[in-house]
Design a protein around this ligand. Structure first.
Ligand code: ZN
Length: 296
C-alpha cells in the first residue's frame, strides 16, 4: 500500500483517502482488499494488526459469511508492506501553494472578528485539501491565502450573504501551464460597518437592523408606529450605532402604565407599554442623555 508519510492518507487510484493515523489507513486498505465470494452474505471480518517495523504490519483477519445458509469461517494471515510518499495536499502545503487571496475589509472591528472567525470555521470543517498557507491581519482588515479558488469564491459569497457588503474579484496572470494561462484570483470582500441586530439612532428615533442584503439594509423602527423601510447600507455610514442594550426591571405596573428602573441612571421612570405588548422583555439603550426603552 502507498501512504502519505506526513498525514497517513492512503493512495487509491485517482485520489488519496484521509485517515487520522497509520493504523486506520492500514486497516482500511486490508478490509478493502479482502476478496469475498459473490454468493456470501452477512459478510463480517475482524482485523488484528501488529506493527513489525515502521513500514511493515502483520495482519490476522477472521472472516465469516453466510454461504447459502451455511456459516463459513476463514482466518487470513498476511503482511503489509508500506511505501511512503507525500500526498498532493501535503506537498502543496509544504510548498506554500495557494490559488486565491481573500481580502476581508471593514472599518468595524467586531464585524471583522466575526468574518475572520467564519472563514477559519469554513477552513477547519473542509477536507484537508482546502487550507490556508498564510493568513493574518493587515491594515484595514485580514488576508487569507487559500488553496482553492472555488472555495474562496463561495466563502466570499457566504460572508456577503451573512454580513452584507460586496465582493470584487480580480485576476493576475502568474504563468502558463499546458498552453493555458494560470490565474491567481483575489476576492476583495468589503463588509459594511453595520451588522444585523445593531441599533441605530436616526431622526431622533431608535431603529434596529433586521436584515442585510448586499448593499441594502432593512431597518425597523422600535417605537410606534413600528414601521419598516429599506435603505442603502452606504447611507448609514454616519449614523450613530448605539451600545449594547441593558435589561430593564419593572418596578410596578397597572394595565399599560409601567414604572421602570432606568439601568443607566438608576432612576424610576414612568412609561406606557405599546398597545398589544404581551409581558415580554424590556431593554434599554442610551444615546446622549436619553434612555430609550425597547419592548420585545
Ligand atoms: Zn499527506
Amino acid at each position: 500500500m502507498i501512504c502519505c508519510k506526513s498525514c497517513f492518507s492512503l493512495k487509491i487510484p485517482g485520489t488519496w483517502i484521509e485517515f487520522d493515523d497509520l493504523d486506520s489507513s492500514v486497516s482500511h486498505f486490508i478490509n478493502e482488499s479482502i476478496a469475498w465470494n459473490q454468493d456470501a452474505s452477512k459478510q463480517n471480518s475482524n482485523l488484528s494488526l501488529k506493527q513489525l517495523d515502521p513500514q511493515k504490519f502483520r495482519a490476522s483477519i477472521d472472516c465469516e459469511g453466510d454461504y447459502h445458509g451455511i456459516i463459513l469461517n476463514n482466518t487470513i494471515k498476511t503482511e503489509i508492506q508500506i511505501k511512503f510518499q507525500v500526498c498532493q495536499t501535503c506537498s502543496r502545503q509544504a510548498g506554500g501553494y495557494y490559488e486565491a487571496i481573500l481580502q476581508v475589509r471593514t472599518k468595524r472591528k467586531s464585524i471583522l472578528d466575526e468574518a475572520v472567525e467564519m472563514v477559519y470555521n469554513q477552513i477547519d470543517s473542509a477536507p484537508s485539501d482546502f487550507f490556508t498557507t498564510e493568513a493574518g491581519p493587515v491594515r484595514g482588515g485580514y488576508d487569507f491565502q487559500l488553496s482553492s479558488t472555488e472555495k474562496a469564491r463561495s466563502i466570499s459569497r457566504d460572508l456577503m450573504i451573512k454580513l452584507g457588503g460586496h465582493v470584487i474579484e480580480t485576476n493576475t496572470l502568474v504563468g502558463r501551464k499546458d498552453g493555458k494561462d494560470l490565474l491567481r484570483h483575489t476576492f476583495g470582500v468589503r463588509l459594511p460597518s453595520v451588522g444585523v441586530r445593531d441599533y441605530l439612532f436616526m431622526d431622533d428615533k431608535v431603529w434596529k437592523i433586521a436584515r442585510l442584503d448586499k448593499r441594502r439594509a432593512k431597518i425597523v423602527l422600535l417605537s410606534a408606529p413600528y414601521s419598516q423601510k429599506t435603505v442603502e447600507v452606504d447611507s448609514l455610514r454616519n449614523t450613530p450605532i448605539l451600545d449594547e442594550s441593558l435589561d430593564v426591571q419593572i418596578v410596578s405596573n397597572r394595565l399599560s402604565e409601567y414604572q421602570l428602573l432606568d439601568p443607566f441612571t438608576f432612576k424610576t421612570v414612568e412609561a406606557i407599554s405599546p398597545k398589544d405588548w404581551k409581558e415580554g422583555k424590556i431593554r434599554a439603550l442610551r444615546y446622549g442623555n436619553d434612555t430609550f426603552f425597547i419592548w420585545d
